[in-house]
Design a protein around this ligand. Structure first.
Ligand code: FAD
Length: 449
């Protein structure tokens, strides 16, 4: 083993968009980087979070991630989860790393804020993350995780981009099932690109003829308040109005293409339970007052075949990482620092929760175009340019790598012996999980579907 140019060693937790970018940048500057990834493959949200119709984006991003993790100086360690296979304190104190970068994303669903709701997980209630993961792997024969039915007449609680993806999955899959029942096999990607009315027209059908109820998206504010586009900081009133109108248009476009219902100003506050199963929700009607939803006395019940909660993702708790509420207790949100752990930094969704939209808030108009492509709402349903969604995540990750290197500069590099000892420990773990160090072959042996 040789000591690399800078002689510094950095551990990165999570090998997806942010982790791979940090790792590649650090290694290019001479650091030894060890990437610990909980899954077999390092593709994170790209593989398991973005609905599988983002074919071009996924293919491109898989290549980018693999290329970054294959740079000289990067050591990939799959099937290794911080908090289960690695202890946070041990990693930061004993392994010999100069710094640890958390790039483990945001994989836990924010809990549905109705008392007792979680008792019905798997019995009428499902959360967005497992729902999308199961949808993405539905056609993967080797998939061993849970599979979820995709029934007609589901209720989705949400409001952000991810909830639109969820309601789209429901509409597209139930339409395909209804067509299948008529002997018509409809390709998912084509249906997403064309939109439901156009695709049905080609079969000489209208949606009403399919006998579907459709899915409904419930949001606590109005469509003009939906976080589909971030409001630029300090925007003058005219600009604010433009953003609000842009959001309304975006939702209208999505509804006309994918035909879901929308119920604004509705917050879930009770459970409708039948035969031990969640059969729907009781909602409280809100009104908007100075930009905030205020509950009124009006209540209404909605029954549904399934309730999907899509109200945001937060980082998974990891033993040893201090938390404040549902987030990590960062003392510096810019670079994700934790009190008492001067060598720890963080990058990507683990810090922002939603990465690119926040980072790009100064360019709202451009963001709107990119988001419309992402949601399949651009003319012709094209997804062109949607990888721009990830540019800010990568840019921030590179900036973080620079910062880590600057902070490390004064600390003494590892000696050759210390580097060898560190990499011996890394090698032991790689062998224990059956990884021989050849990333391309490892991925090719079990490629993403
Ligand atoms: C429906 C949907 C819509 C989205 N919309 C937006 C959007 O509008 N704006 C936006 O910025 N982003 C959006 N994203 C997310 C976008 O994909 C991310 O910004 C980007 O991919 C995040 O990259 P990341 O590397 O930070 O996190 P991830 O891709 O989540 O990668 C984290 C990696 O860490 C691994 N990991 C997790 N925990 C551990 C652990 N304990 N030990 C070891 N490894 C671990 C994971 O397996 C994963 O590979 C959306 C995602 C979805 C699902």
């Amino acid at each position: 083993m040789t000591t690399r140019a800078s002689g510094h060693a950095v551990a990165v937790i999570g090998g997806a968009t942010a982790g791979a970018e940090v790792a590649g940048s650090l290694a290019d500057r001479g650091a030894t980087v060890v990437v610990f990834e909980q899954n077999r493959r390092p593709f994170g949200k790209i593989e398991d979070g973005l609905p599988r119709w983002h074919v071009a984006l996924r293919r491109k991003e898989y290549e980018v991630i693999e290329a970054k993790l294959s740079r000289p100086g990067v050591h990939f360690v799959p099937h290794t989860r911080l908090g289960r296979d690695l202890d946070f304190h041990d990693l930061t104190s004993n392994w010999g790393f100069h710094a640890v970068v958390l790039a483990n994303g945001a994989w836990r669903d924010r809990p549905l804020p109705v008392e007792g709701a979680d008792d019905f997980v798997g019995r009428g209630l499902v959360y967005q993350n497992p729902f999308v993961i199961a949808f993405n792997h539905a056609e993967d024969p080797a998939w061993e995780g849970p599979r979820h039915e995709i029934p007609d007449g589901a209720l989705v609680v949400g409001g952000g981009l991810a909830s639109i993806d969820v309601v789209k999955i429901l509409m597209l899959e139930t339409t395909r099932a209804a067509l299948r029942a008529r002997g018509i096999e409809q390709d998912l990607i084509e249906l997403e690109v064309k939109g439901i009315p156009k695709a049905l027209e080609a079969h000489g059908l209208r949606f009403e003829e399919l006998g579907l109820r459709g899915a409904t998206l419930f949001y606590r504010r109005t469509s003009a308040d939906m976080p589909l586009m971030e409001m630029p900081e300090g925007a003058p009133p005219a600009r604010q109005e433009k953003v609000r109108q842009g959001r309304v248009r975006m939702l209208e476009k999505a509804r006309s293409k994918y035909l879901f219902d929308f119920e604004p100003l509705a917050s879930p506050e009770g459970l409708l339970v039948e035969d031990g199963r969640l059969a729907g929700l009781r909602f409280r009607r809100n009104r908007m007052e100075e930009g905030r939803p205020v509950p009124t006395d009006e209540r209404f019940d909605r029954r549904g075949s399934l309730v999907i909660s899509s109200i945001g993702s937060i980082p998974e708790p990891i033993p040893g990482i201090p938390r404040k509420g549902e987030l990590y207790a960062f003392t510096d949100w810019d670079v994700g620092r934790l009190e008492g752990y001067p060598t720890v930094f963080s990058a990507g969704n683990v810090v922002t929760g939603k990465g690119n939209i926040v980072a790009s808030r100064k360019h709202a108009a451009r963001v709107q175009a990119v988001v419309e492509h992402f949601l399949g709402l651009a003319p012709g349903g094209s997804h062109e340019g949607e990888e721009a969604m990830l540019d800010p995540v990568r840019k921030e990750a590179r900036r973080l790598a620079e910062r880590v290197l600057r902070d490390l500069a004064p600390s003494p590099p590892l000696s050759t012996g210390e580097t060898e000892a560190l990499l011996r420990r890394v090698g032991e773990r790689q062998r224990a999980v059956g990884y021989d160090g050849d990333l391309a072959a490892w991925i090719a042996a079990a490629p993403p579907v």
